[in-house]
Design a protein around this ligand. Structure first.
Ligand code: GRF
Length: 196
């Protein structure tokens, strides 16, 4: 059965593009019902529009301006996402921590991609943190994981897939990040292919 996806993004959307390409190429039996961003300028929104996919910009600032908290934002986010009746919600570079106000509506249905191995380098600076740890001699590789998001913990939850990414002596953050992105694109699509 063709899986319905809602993809949440905040930025460039290269992982979104990998999903779009895999669907177009027939590698992934899915349809993207909606691409939603919390950032207006996210290039991923352009990628979605180009592919004929519905987009939505859900801004946090109006909630802050009205003295409403992020739970109110997350509750409305859940309503918007629910309208599209997704089988899976894919966090592909989504840089907003989801509260239970959102997650309780989609148990075992939210999939996150994170550029680190389980238990290592949670948060927004995983690539930089891995390179620093490598330079200190603490690790010799990093990796990617795709996992379910059961609760508000950041970059934690049942692991669906992992891939190792070597770190090289001459790596910069940019070089390592580029190598990691290539692995992410493959791992995310492969993982989505397996979801039941
Ligand atoms: C990826 O590295 C992802 O793992 C992280 O944010 C980045 C998003 O990249 N959570 P893109 O927007 O898909 O190009």
């Amino acid at each position: 059965m063709t899986a319905r996806l809602v993809v949440l993004i905040s930025g460039n959307g290269s992982n979104l593009q990998a999903i779009i390409d895999a669907i177009v190429n027939g590698q992934l039996d899915a349809e993207i019902a909606l691409v939603l961003s919390n950032r207006k300028a996210a290039f991923g929104l352009e990628r979605a529009k180009k592919a004929g996919i519905a987009t939505h910009y859900h801004a946090l600032k109006p909630y802050h301006d009205q003295g409403r908290d992020r739970c109110a934002y997350d509750a409305d986010l859940a309503t918007i996402v629910q309208t599209h009746q997704p089988d899976w919600i894919v966090l592909a570079g989504w840089m907003h921590i989801l509260s239970n106000e959102f997650l309780r509506h989609f148990p075992n249905r939210v999939v996150n991609l994170h550029p680190a191995l389980p238990g290592q380098f949670p948060g927004a600076h995983a690539v930089e943190d891995a390179l620093t740890a490598y330079q200190r001699g603490e690790i010799n590789h990093t990796g990617i994981m795709v996992h379910l998001v059961p609760d508000e913990r950041v970059d934690e939850g049942p692991v669906l897939a992992t891939a190792i990414v070597p770190i090289h002596p001459d790596d910069t953050v940019e070089r390592l990040a580029a190598r990691m992105h290539a692995v992410e694109h493959k791992l995310l699509v492969e993982t989505l292919q397996q979801l039941k």
